[in-house]
Design a protein around this ligand. Structure first.
Ligand SMILES: Nc1nc2c(c(=O)[nH]1)N[C@H]1C(S)=C(S)[C@@H](COP(=O)(O)O)O[C@H]1N2
Ligand SMILES: [Mo]
Length: 199
């Protein structure tokens, strides 16, 4: 008889995979948006990386499509406590987009069509950790989930994965975004349960 019984550490998800603390597994794909869904045509879509000295690097839809795409399968963790395992995406790695961007900045503020913003260290967008995702589960990304394209940065809580992404501003200092200003954690690591400021 083991001294510490199995199962004492909380519910196991049905898939048998590990959940971050305080999360439960869901099989549907909830939609969480702070405002109305912006309708952005691919013909009008533009994505811009702006560096700390004001240099702009822009991609229209055709240029984005011409870049090599990856097909990451990732787990999603929302701060409202649902997690979804093994989601299939297609998108362009931020490593590709940042490849010839010269910057000494350490922080990124991500901007969406519609005005939503969210921040993270630039390092969290590099080394295969983040994508501009334009397909989900083999289909074009639907508008309610951020189409034409969204940021996908799955190692952080899902509020960091800005839907309807429009640009990334690189800067020397950290600047909180929409939810971070409203009291959510600046970094948002689900494995350290960084939900709110002070966690
Ligand atoms: N532009 C924008 N991006 C956003 C949001 C938003 O309101 N606007 N909500 C965030 C939050 S809080 C979550 S949990 C996820 C939800 O993504 P989903 O609707 O595809 O599940 O999107 C994030 N990205
Ligand atoms: Mo969220």
């Amino acid at each position: 008889m083991p001294i510490i019984s199995r199962g004492f550490h909380g519910r196991r998800p049905e898939s048998g995979r590990k959940l971050p603390p305080g999360q439960y597994e869901t099989f549907d794909f909830p939609v969480l948006s702070a405002g109305p869904t912006p309708r952005v045509n691919r013909d009008d879509w533009e994505f811009t990386i702006t560096t700390e000295d004001g240099t702009r690097h822009s991609w229209d839809w055709a240029r984005l499509m011409a870049l090599p795409a990856e097909r990451p399968t990732v787990d999603l963790h929302c701060v409202t406590k649902w997690s979804k395992f093994g989601t299939h995406w297609e998108g362009v790695s931020l490593d590709v987009l940042l490849d010839d961007v010269e910057t000494a900045a350490d922080y990124a503020l991500v901007h969406s069509y519609g005005g939503y913003t969210t921040n993270m260290p630039l390092a969290d967008l590099l080394d295969g950790k983040a994508w501009i995702a334009h397909r989900y589960d083999g289909q074009d990304l639907p508008p309610e989930h951020g189409g034409p394209a969204r940021l996908l940065v799955p190692h952080l809580y899902l509020w960091k994965s800005a839907k309807w992404v429009h640009g990334i501003e690189l800067m020397p200092h950290d600047q909180p975004g929409f939810w971070e200003t409203a009291g959510y954690h600046d970094y948002g690591d689900p494995w350290r349960e960084q939900r709110y400021q002070g966690d």
